[in-house]
Design a protein around this ligand. Structure first.
Ligand SMILES: [Fe+2]
Ligand SMILES: [Fe+2]
Length: 370
């Protein structure tokens, strides 16, 4: 746990940072863009500082989501006018379609959705005269060198992931809830034990067969990891929102993350059991191998894709099928911590982490006021 003084020191750093105007869109909070009458009118119905902070944090995470999904789409999705960029990797795409024949279409649609999420939230912030968010200066990480990927700077790193598949057992547990202090074993322990690519790093990764299949399997579980995070983040932050229209935005976008998650965890269950011959990464047979110590078959069974009923709010209530976690305290900080631990930002400078931490602290400091 961080001390309050550390948090306030960071907030004051943030103010200095914001004054410098780094990485931020034009205009300070509450100031409409000059010469745009519609925006000036919107100012009179402006949103609270807390609501703007929540939306700004969500916009930042949506930009990050878009960046990673774009990389997946370039190599394994459908490259078209809706989601341009890249020309696909045949070998990688074929291995993804072993999880489901529609994987390229789903990857494309998830990517398109993320574009619309950050674009909408930024436009809404702007309409209210609030600061928008732009992370372009941090697009410096290398692209995959595999044929099919664009050679442009990236915000996220999909080539050194350490994926916590605890979400898999969390949604299958009938007794535990992270909001009540429970922890969860990963369904694929191997993904916690190294830094694994979820896209081919170069064409050298396209063979041997079980190596590129392991990369596609890793992507399959990473898709679900990312989207379960959004499924929790939106309801967690919605509890801090004051303005009903802002609440509506969170309630309308959040469940689309859950629709993504539901699709992805169904597909991840089709990942071919194998051992990557290049690095020893094991994808167990979740339906037939003996469950790891501490887990039952039901904790890992692939077709249990609907949330099992579990404890919620207080263990004395009857069990109920719910999204979990949804606790609101430090929800934004928790989301950032999860993405950092995932390895998604390996290579980003300290300034990037400070910005994300500050945006998260501001969102977590928001309070619902009526
Ligand atoms: Fe999103
Ligand atoms: Fe998402």
């Amino acid at each position: 746990m961080e001390t309050r003084s550390k948090a306030s020191a960071r907030l004051s750093n943030r103010r200095t940072f914001l004054k410098a105007g780094l990485a931020m869109g034009a205009g300070a909070a509450g100031v409409a863009v000059a010469g745009v009458p519609a925006l000036a009118a919107a100012r009179s119905t402006g949103i609270s500082r807390g609501d703007a902070a929540i939306l700004r944090f969500l916009a930042a995470l949506e930009i990050i989501e878009t960046d990673l999904w774009q990389q997946y789409n370039e190599l394994g999705g459908v490259q078209d006018a809706e989601v341009p960029g890249g020309s696909g990797s045949d070998s990688y795409t074929k291995k993804l379609t072993n999880l489901d024949g529609d994987m390229p279409q789903y990857i494309h649609d998830n990517t398109e959705d993320e574009f619309t999420h950050f674009t909408f939230i930024n436009a809404y912030l702007k309409s209210k005269g609030a600061r928008t968010i732009n992370l372009d200066k941090f697009r410096t990480l290398p692209s995959s060198k595999a044929t099919g990927a664009q050679q442009i700077g990236r915000l996220t790193n999909l080539m050194q992931l350490t994926i916590d598949t605890g979400f898999w057992t969390r949604y299958r547990s009938r007794t535990k809830n992270p909001d009540l202090g429970d922890s969860f074993q990963p369904a694929i322990p191997g993904l916690m034990k190294g830094k694994f690519p979820a896209i081919p790093r170069s064409d050298a990764d396209l063979a041997p067969d079980d190596h590129i299949q392991a990369i596609a399997n890793t992507a399959g579980f990473h898709f679900a990891f990312i989207e379960q995070g959004g499924s929790s983040l939106y309801p967690s932050l919605a509890q801090r929102v004051t303005n009903v229209e802002v609440l509506r935005i969170l309630l309308a976008i959040g469940p689309t993350e859950t629709m993504h998650f539901q699709t992805w965890q169904d597909k991840a269950g089709n990942a071919k059991p194998l051992t990557d011959p290049t690095n020893g990464l094991v994808f167990p047979d979740l339906n037939n191998d003996p469950p790891p110590p501490g887990l039952t078959r039901e904790d890992i069974q692939t077709n249990l894709i609907m949330p099992e009923p579990t404890a919620f709010l207080n263990r004395t209530f009857p069990h109920v099928s719910v999204i979990r976690p949804t606790a609101t305290a430090n929800a934004a900080r928790g989301a950032v911590a999860g993405l950092k631990a995932d390895g998604l930002f390996i290579g980003q400078p300290e300034e990037f982490f400070e910005l994300l931490d500050d945006l998260a602290d501001e969102a977590d400091a928001a309070r619902r006021s009526l």
